[in-house]
Design a protein around this ligand. Sequence first.
Ligand code: EPZ
Length: 422
Amino acid sequence: MDSIIVTGNGPLKGQIPIAGAKNACLTLMPATLLSEEPLTLTNAPRLSDIRTMTQLLQSLGAEVTSMQDGKVLAMSSHDIHNHTADYDIVRKMRASILVLGPMLARDGHAVVSLPGGCAIGARPVDLHLKALEAMGAELDLREGYVHAKAPGGLKGGIVDFPFVSVGATENALMAATLAKGTTVLKNAAREPEIVDLAQCLRKMGAQIEGEGTSTITIQGVDRLHGATHPVVTDRIELGTYMLAPAICGGEVELLGGRIDLVGAFCEKLDAAGIGIEETALGLKVTRGNGRVRAVDVTTEPFPGFPTDLQAQMMALLCTAEGVSVLEEKIFENRFMHAPELMRMGAKIDVHGGTARVTGVDRLKGAPVMATDLRASVSLILAGLAAEGETIVNRVYHLDRGYERVEEKLGAVGARIERVSGR
Ligand code: EPZ
């Protein structure tokens, strides 16, 4: 298993290109199942999760051709001959559940393994299933699989989510495009990835209104046609790399960065004393001398502070002036980076979903363990400004969501290298 070695090396300077969004691409790819005509995605990120989704779609019979070094995905679902998403693929990546709605909408039947939990929580899919049942699906759970049927096709219905779920909104939105009649999604997720999916589906001929708000209305159509769609910028990669100069000092321009994708996050960076400026190429982040100010953070569904940036923000607050309180409201176990940061000298008290971080002058490099995607990158960020060497092990977690992290950070002056097989 690879490790990444980071050595504190002072202020950063230069530009970092931001890729297409992993979490948009992982829902745009299953949308190919909704049409027999080609769907081509541009600005796709080069990540292991995308390769896993590619394998899953190919196992169903879709053709997925990766071009231009992985930035273009040409897909065609003309011949879907297998309607079963096997456990051995689904267990590697929970987003595999997103083939359920499209397969059911296209052919009226699907068998998809339940994803099981992951490091950050149990992550059930009950809201996905309830949404499809509200559209007339008959679901039978047995031996770890969802056996779904919609003999006469899905019918429009009212889906009232008891709380916001990104994935359940995506599954329901895709399924509703081919349902007979009108579907209304209430308390729908408002994430930019939902907006991106709706815009792609509309290009394919879907009739959708209200994406980006809490109520999305879909008028089902008989069929969808092909399209070409650019994957929206990855707001989580953007926020992650904005924190690099915030932690190390210096000035870094994030190419392709958009302030509307990271509004709540930028408010917290601003409160902490970090400079953010919109430029013609993206966002420029600067941090002068002096310490960062402590801020309190509570994670919420979009447009609130994203849970996927909580670990990275904690890395910044470990050396802030004062005490910061972070509340994780989305997942039940998303502070696994805290004990690792404490190995580096951070002062963190975790009680349930609340972490109190008391800022220290500087962290000290240490061997640490990556436990999940965002925790692993928070350790790298902490290592950028720590005294001495930090070795982050099990970086396969990292490669799921960040392409070429050592190249991107190395290009702005970080001392970072990947060592294989430890
Ligand atoms: C998506 O996961 C993202 N993944 C996650 O990013 C992100 O953290 C999450 O949304 C929240 O923004 C992808 O888009 C591939 P949810 P998802 O359904 O859809 C509970 C990353 O690091 N829930 O909004 O699975 C669930 O357990 C990943 O890139 C149910 O109880 O998240 C969680 O506590 C991590 N029943 C909360 O709701 C359900 O049926 C929000 O989950 C569905 C969810």
